[in-house]
Structure formats: structure tokens, C-alpha cells
Ligand binder design. Sequence first.
Ligand SMILES: Nc1ncnc2c1ncn2[C@@H]1O[C@H](COP(=O)(O)OP(=O)(O)OP(=O)(O)O)[C@@H](O)[C@H]1O
Ligand SMILES: O=C(O)c1ccc[n+]([C@@H]2O[C@H](COP(=O)([O-])O)[C@@H](O)[C@H]2O)c1
Length: 216
Amino acid sequence: MGIFGGTFDPIHHGHLVIAEQVADVLGLECVIFVPGGVPPHKDFASVKAPVEDRYAMVEAAVKGNGRFVVDRVEVDAGRAMYSVETVPLVKERYEGEEWFFVSGADEVSNLLSWRDPDGFLAEARMVAATRPGYDISNLDHLAAELKNFDRIVPVECTRVDISATTIRQMVADGKSVRYLVPEAVHEIIHDRGLYGAGDGVAVDARGESLSEEDAS
Ligand SMILES: Nc1ncnc2c1ncn2[C@@H]1O[C@H](COP(=O)(O)OP(=O)(O)OP(=O)(O)O)[C@@H](O)[C@H]1O
Ligand SMILES: O=C(O)c1ccc[n+]([C@@H]2O[C@H](COP(=O)([O-])O)[C@@H](O)[C@H]2O)c1
């Protein structure tokens, strides 16, 4: 079983490719996407789309993939949740023997800044999926500090050089992001005027109107 936590602001094909390929390589029965409400480590102002819109985009993106599901545990919590808290809650809701937390190489390199990284690794093995621009060939800084370092599992994936930051910036600049995100996500961005798209009014994660500059 895989748990894929993220801000997903918005979800894009980089996320979907690693979820699919990690599930394939590790033989995961299911990947549970867990969009975060309030990120534990990011400035809340840096999250641009309201949580329900981010949730709706993830739901639309995974539709049609029989082994992908979306969970509301962090969305409904209404507060910042650390993965060491989230993973046991997700494990209670689904049946599964072996648990993996899917993440990109950038996230793994930052693991020492997480809350209780050894406790987290005891709950789930952490997948380090390859991501363009991030090198995980040397994780000595983690090996030296973590008792459960051997629970980090590198998985080679097709490198897709897309980030949510780039997508938000492109939308705000009036550029097309079609084919960087699934078509259904593209529609939600435009229908709801997220990130300053189209004629819609861009709003921040609390629903307040945003200036063009803030929208990116
Ligand atoms: N293109 C990608 N390739 C591999 N992993 C990725 C990619 N994009 C995101 N991830 C991973 O997906 C998880 C959730 O990422 P997140 O929702 O923050 O997306 P992001 O594109 O990194 O966003 P932002 O640009 O806003 O920081 C993280 O573990 C991140 O490492
Ligand atoms: O638990 C922590 O301390 C922690 C610190 C940073 C990130 N995370 C989780 O890692 C996942 C990816 O985060 P992000 O910000 O890159 O979308 C998401 O589920 C976060 O809650 C968790």
C-alpha cells in the first residue's frame, strides 16, 4: 500500500507518473493520495488554491485509475498535520500489510527537518522517486542521523520536469498548461479561475481575492 502526501497545488503529471511507476515497481495494490490542508512546513500564504479545489483536482486526476484513491484525512483535520501523525490514521482506514510513503527525491533530502523522522520511517518506508534537478546518490547526511535509514527505498522513475510552482506561474502569466496537467485538472483551473486563470477571480487558500502578483 502506498500513501502519497502532497500539497498538490495543483496536481500534475510529475506526481501521477511517480505514483504509477512506484506502484508498478513495488507491486502496490493501491496508492492513497492525501492532499494536505495546512502544510506543516510551508508558509500558508505560499499555498494558492483553496483546499477543496486542490482536493477536487486530485480527485479528478486519479479518476479512472483503479488503484488510485484520495483520502480527506488532512483536508478535514483543519490544522497542520505531520506525516508521523497522518500515516497511522491512514493505515487504520485501509487494510494493508506493507506501507510505503511516496515522495520525490527533493522531499527525502529534507527528511531531517521533518517531525520525528525515525518514528515516521518506522510507520512507513519512504520512497525516494527520482526527480529532475535532485540527486539522491549521496544521502550520507541522513545515514549518519537516522536509525531507520535503511527504510528509505530509492525508485528510478521517468524524469518529468514539472513543478506546481511552474504551473502556477505559467497560468498567472496567461500561458497554456494544457498537457502538463490532466485535462480534467486543466478544466478546474480555468472554470474556477485558480492561479489567476481566465476571467475568474483568483483567490487564496482562505478564499480571499488575490492580486495578479500574489496569484503566482
Ligand atoms: N516532477 C516531479 N517528479 C518527481 N517527484 C515530484 C515531482 N513533482 C512533485 N514531486 C513530489 O511529489 C510530492 C508532492 O509535491 P508537491 O505537491 O509539493 O509538488 P511540487 O511540484 O513539488 O510543488 P511546489 O512547486 O509548489 O513546491 C513531493 O514528495 C515531491 O517531491
Ligand atoms: O511531517 C513532517 O514534518 C513533514 C514535513 C514536510 C513535508 N511533509 C509531507 O510531505 C508531503 C509532501 O509535502 P509538500 O509540501 O512537498 O507537498 C506532504 O504529505 C507533507 O505533509 C511532512
